[in-house]
Design a protein around this ligand. Structure first.
Ligand code: CDP
Ligand code: MG
Length: 855
């Protein structure tokens, strides 16, 4: 075991000479600490009183804006001089023909719903209609901002820049955007594009949204959780603003809901939401005809079919951009490499394989290059915006996209769409808490949207890589609203902070299911954010102050012991951003695509030696980061975040260590943001933000583990094979050369409790990305931050981001929380005598309980 412990240090010395000294110093210092104190300590004495220590945050009640001076003449419209070419392009948009209709409806109603095909000009034009009518400008009767929400960050950024251009001289200043870490708002801002999450946050600061005179909720058809809640909340805000306006205290607010589909009855015909149905304005699209070509067969190896189809289009069909819909980043990057290699630009061609080209090939025979661009949400914003950047002469554009390109962004010049018919959807099982990314068929509505992308500039073609029979039989009409698929505790906390106490009475466009709601309330109660009656506590109010999920806010608030707070901030920032590591299967470093999480088609093959080299580098990088503590993935994450800050060339650092630059940058910004909130609101707790942290002391490392465990105390897993009479055995996976140890989670144990002797219940396993996966000894208890169901046929559930805990520790953390009882011994937890429902007295072992499944 000592040998195991020594690996990181030797690897550091040998392999990392290219890294900046600072990082080595950091990693080595950590290593030394582990060495000086021998084996990592699993016993973890109960160091802490895990009580929240917070200085109260003052309630913010923004003052009313001063009433405008009486003598100012109110302008009723604002003149705009647009660049000539913009004006021409604008006049061709169907929405512009409806301007008068739209504005009349807005004047006569507080809420209006606009439906129009993607590309008809809703997002770019409607804010300008409002602006020209005087919204957002001082000295008019409606000086408040025009807010426009988007479900995706990339859309908020690109639309703000487009509208700024369209407004001509001075327009850039008038239009700003705000997304999680960036904002461009200034004193002259009239139109503000933002993500829907930003507006929700603003609502918990000022429920009346006094800053705004009009709010546009865009892409409502996507039914994101935030959009749904916004619409529910806004229906109340409209009413309050109307009442206050009648008392002359503020101006009424206008709400415009925009959708790319006509499926808006959840908004318009929902009496609880809008007692008087808002008018529905339809914008007739000037869509060119699109020919739809179904495949004769439905292929499961669709990436291969996509590749063939794109090659065929490029070789045989007239000019026009190609837009390909795929399900995720892996597929996109693999296909990107293949296509760039198949149709390279001239300079690339000479560089790589000019010698291998057949000598008979004349210049004219060489195929024209393909300008291949990726588009998915994890891609850096700048890269995403390249799709608007035009096409190099003599080449054809080919965009490989996820459903980002379905409705929020209209990419110019697309004539061919290749649709794989699938999408990756994040699902969350309410009973088990298991998250999974499932690839499934899109809805018929989505398929129609995808096809429509080819008919914007002229007649188009859509190639569907599935048969019409499958389409008819298996495709649902519409996608499920996100609120039915995702955990909602963050949402519940946010709503409680807005004084929405009885969530079941909230006018949801689609109500979340009862079990999910109950579980969220119980988790929040357990975290201390709600009292047993379901009312928001002081702690809950403070938790909502942080732009984090409630669990992470709780960790942050108890993280103030032993001067751990700066580390805890770094940890919760990285956990919130997620996806810091590029995972093994995304790298194509293994021989075959045999890995069960591997993409369906690994695409181009690496040279074997090259692959082996990469693989070695990959493992080396990962081991170096594990030196802080060999047992906790969360502490490994801390290592990464801290080492990054010591690095001068962060791009190089991320590349050589297989990290996602965008995630690291966001983590840095989030650390800054959280520190600022703590600094401002909790005086004396944190004086300044220094991203460069010294390695934590041994005491701190122990404390950190306990703090983390306290935040995940409802997510405990127990070694199943160590329970008395357990039928579970560790199994050896020879392909991966690891032993898989079965664990049971509280959820799995619920089944076990109902039928104790049968010891049923599905086991869960350690995720291969965990540092515990490759270790020979496995802790008896651990907390996990996520459960993921494997996409493969085995469907094994695996735990990610693990931290070990001890039985003693569990028992002490359980104090003051609702308890669950087990009739089997739980390690060192002392037994208690309890009465069961039949009045029999039995010895029990207690650990905290949470969730609805456990009786
Ligand atoms: O919101 P909707 O889908 O109805 O349309 P839009 O996003 O307002 O787009 C209207 C037109 O502006 C489309 O033809 C886009 O191609 C064009 N546009 C553009 O050329 N560049 C941008 N950055 C944004 C939009
Ligand atoms: Mg739009």
């Amino acid at each position: 075991d000592d040998d195991e412990g020594n690996k990181p240090v030797s690897r550091l010395r040998r392999g990392q000479s290219e890294k900046a000294n600072a990082f080595k110093a950091w990693a080595l210092a950590q290593r030394k600490q582990v060495l000086n104190h021998g084996e990592p300590d699993h016993s973890m004495p109960n160091l802490l009183e895990l009580k929240p220590k917070v200085v109260a945050i003052p309630k913010t009640a923004p003052a009313l804006p001063p009433p405008p001076p009486e003598d100012v003449k109110k302008a009723s419209f604002v003149a705009v001089e647009r660049p000539i070419e913009m004006q021409t392009a604008r006049l061709a948009l169907p929405v512009v023909a409806e301007e008068q209709h739209i504005m009349e409806a807005i004047n006569a109603n507080d809420c209006v719903v606009i439906c129009g095909e993607t590309g008809s000009g809703k997002t770019t034009q409607v804010p300008q209609f409002l602006y020209e009518a005087g919204y957002g400008s001082p000295n008019t009767s409606t000086p408040g901002l025009i807010g426009v929400t988007q479900p995706r960050r990339v859309a908020a950024v690109s639309m703000a820049s487009r509208v700024g251009e369209e407004l001509g001289h001075g327009g850039k200043e008038k239009v700003s955007y705000q997304i999680r870490f960036e904002g461009t708002a200034g004193p002259n801002t009239a139109i503000k594009f933002m993500t829907d999450g930003i507006l929700l946050r603003e609502l918990s600061e000022d429920f009346l949204l006094r800053k705004y005179s009009a709010v546009i909720i865009d892409e409502a058809h996507e039914r994101s959780i935030n959009t749904d809640i916004l619409i529910g909340v806004m229906s109340r805000v409209l009413k309050l603003r109307r009442e206050l306006a009648e008392k002359d205290e503020t101006k009424p607010l206008k709400l415009i809901i925009m959708s790319a589909t006509l499926r808006v009855s959840d908004f318009t015909e929902n009496q609880r939401l809008f007692p008087i149905a808002p008018p529905l304005l339809k914008v007739e699209a000037r869509q060119h005809p699109v020919s739809i070509h179904f495949s004769r067969r439905t292929f499961s190896e669709y990436p291969e079919e996509v590749y063939k189809k794109v090659c065929k289009i490029h070789r045989r069909l007239p000019p026009g951009g190609i837009l390909v819909f795929l399900t995720g980043q892996n597929e996109i990057t693999h296909l990107l490499k293949r296509l760039r290699k198949a149709f390279p630009f001239k300079d690339e061609r000479q560089g790589s394989n000019s010698t291998s080209a057949p000598p008979s090939m004349s210049a004219e025979d060489v195929e024209s290059p393909l300008h291949v661009l990726p588009l998915y949400s994890l891609l850096p914003t700048k890269e995403q915006l390249r799709v608007f950047g035009g096409v190099p002469e003599g080449s054809r554009m080919c965009v490989l996209a996820t459903n980002v390109a379905e409705t929020s962004l209209t990419i110019p010049g697309i004539r061919y769409v290749v649709d794989c018919g699938r999408s990756k959807e994040r699902n969350h099982d309410k009973t088990t808490g298991v998250q999974s990314f499932d690839i499934g068929w899109v809805s018929k509505a989505s398929a129609a949207q995808r096809a429509g992308r080819s008919g914007r500039t002229g007649p188009g073609h859509c190639y569907r890589l599935y048969s019409s029979a499958v389409y008819e039989r298996d495709f649902p009409e519409f996608a499920k609203p996100e609120i039915l698929r995702m955990p909602i505790e963050g949402l519940v906390l946010q709503m409680k902070s807005m004084n929405i106490d009885t969530i079941t009475n909230f006018p949801f466009p689609t109500a979340p299911d009862r079990l999910g709601l109950q579980k969220s309330e119980r988790l929040l109660e357990y975290l201390g954010a709600l009292d047993p009656k379901g009312a928001l506590t002081e702690l809950g109010r403070i938790m909502n102050f942080f732009p984090l999920s409630p669990r992470f806010s709780k960790i942050l608030i108890i993280g103030q012991q032993h001067e751990c707070l700066p580390y805890i901030i770094a940890i919760v920032a990285a956990l919130s951003v997620g996806d810091v590591f590029i995972l093994e299967h995304q790298l194509d470093i293994h021989g075959e695509a045999g890995d069960e999480d591997a993409p369906r088609n690994a695409g181009i093959a690496f040279e074997d030696t090259q692959r082996a080299k990469r693989r070695k580098e990959y493992y080396r990088a990962h081991r170096a980061f594990s030196s802080l503590d060999l047992t906790s993935d969360v502490l490994k994450l801390l290592s990464v975040v801290c080492a990054y800050e010591y690095e001068k060339d962060s791009t190089e650092f991320c590349e050589s260590n297989f990290l996602r630059l965008k995630a690291m940058q966001e983590t840095h910004k989030l650390r800054q943001q959280i520190s600022k909130i703590v600094k401002i609101n909790c005086p004396g707790v944190l004086n300044f933000f220094n991203p460069k942290l010294p390695p934590p002391s041994t005491v701190q490392v122990k404390a950190l583990k306990q703090i983390i465990a306290a935040g995940f105390i409802d997510q405990v897993a127990i070694r199943a094979d160590l329970l008395p009479n357990s039928p579970y055995k560790p199994s050896h996976n020879s392909a991966k050369r690891v032993t898989e140890v079965p664990y049971m989670t509280l959820f799995a144990s619920a089944t076990f409790q109902q039928d104790e002797d049968a010891l049923l219940g599905p086991a869960v396993y350690i995720h291969p990305s965990s540092i515990l996966a490759s270790q020979s000894s496995h802790p008896e208890y651990l907390v996990y931050s996520e459960l993921k169901k494997s996409a493969s046929s085995t469907g094994k559930v695996r735990m990610k981001l693990l931290t070990p805990v001890t039985g003693v520790h569990l028992a002490s953390l359980a104090k003051g929380t609702p308890l669950i009882t087990y009739s089997k011994p739980l390690g060192h937890v002392p037994p208690k005598v309890l009465e069961d429902s039949m009045g029999r007295r039995r010895e029990c072992w207690v650990i905290p309980r949470i969730g609805g499944a456990i009786g």
